[in-house]
Design a protein around this ligand. Structure first.
Ligand code: PGA
Length: 249
């Protein structure tokens, strides 16, 4: 059984004061018997704050990016060992905003995943097609190539420990969600791609859906066989919405 993972991606939002309110409300609102693994991915300057507030809770924290380099003269970058020092359990790699605004290639994303794993941090590898690619029937080819770059550098065992997030670019922050069946089709396809590398990995890897997931659509999406959780942007900034998505699992 794959344990459901609900992950918040705060993107470049927050402040010490706002985070304090959000995190304390999340902790207070989690059901006592919460079976859902809960994660928030915060901007780097707030990871210590997450550690302080979430340290004694069941909520994990993670980062939104990591350097592909171990250390040294890479001004502005944050290494996997620094994230490990900050108590991060997860790190998002290859978010479409990084691919688009920072020209990150799938090969670079794969190196970042490898660096995260070397510090025992679980990479949440994002894949997804643009609207143009979907409309020209390229969805499978695009997500397969994005995933393949990671499969090329990870061992079968390492593959089994990652998380994949399918985030159609056209659904991110737009209010447009993939229908549960559209998402399920891509998730099942991604799992079949993972199976080429390793049947165990394909069975173990959690594939999250991301793109305008909110309380109103979470239940239907999360009910699909191959949707093992969510990567949530906008709705993760409001405790009530984030908690409602957790209860929808
Ligand atoms: P959204 O963002 O939920 O605001 O669409 C999801 C994401 O980009 O991870």
């Amino acid at each position: 059984m794959r344990r459901t993972l609900i992950a918040g991606n705060w993107k470049m939002n927050g402040s010490f004061a706002a985070n304090h309110t959000l995190l304390t409300e999340i902790i207070a609102g989690l059901p006592a018997d919460n079976a859902v693994e809960t994660l928030v991915c915060a901007p780097a300057p707030y990871l210590a704050q997450c550690a302080e507030i979430l340290g004694k809770s069941t909520v994990a924290w993670g980062a939104q990016d990591v350097s592909a380099h171990a250390k040294g003269a890479f001004t502005g970058e944050v290494s996997a060992s620094m994230l490990a020092d900050s108590g991060c359990k997860y790190v998002i790699v290859g978010h479409s905003e990084r691919r688009a605004y920072h020209a990150e290639s799938s090969e670079l994303v794969a190196q970042k995943a490898l660096k995260a794993l070397s510090e025992n941090i679980i990479p949440v590898v994002c894949v997804g097609e643009t609207l143009e690619q979907r409309e020209s029937g390229e969805t499978s080819a695009i997500v397969a190539a994005q995933l393949q770059a990671v499969m090329d550098v990870l061992t079968a065992e390492q593959m089994g420990s990652i998380v994949v997030a399918y985030e159609p670019v056209w659904a991110i922050g737009t209010g447009k969600t993939a229908t549960p069946q559209m998402a399920q089709d891509v998730h099942a396809f991604l799992r079949s791609q993972l199976a080429i590398k390793s049947a165990e990995a394909a069975n173990a890897v959690r594939i999250l859906y991301g793109g305008s997931m909110k309380p109103e659509n979470a239940k239907e999406l999360l009910a699909m066989e191959d949707i093992d959780g969510g990567l949530i942007g906008g709705a993760a900034l409001k405790a009530a919405d984030f908690l409602a998505i957790i209860s929808a699992c």
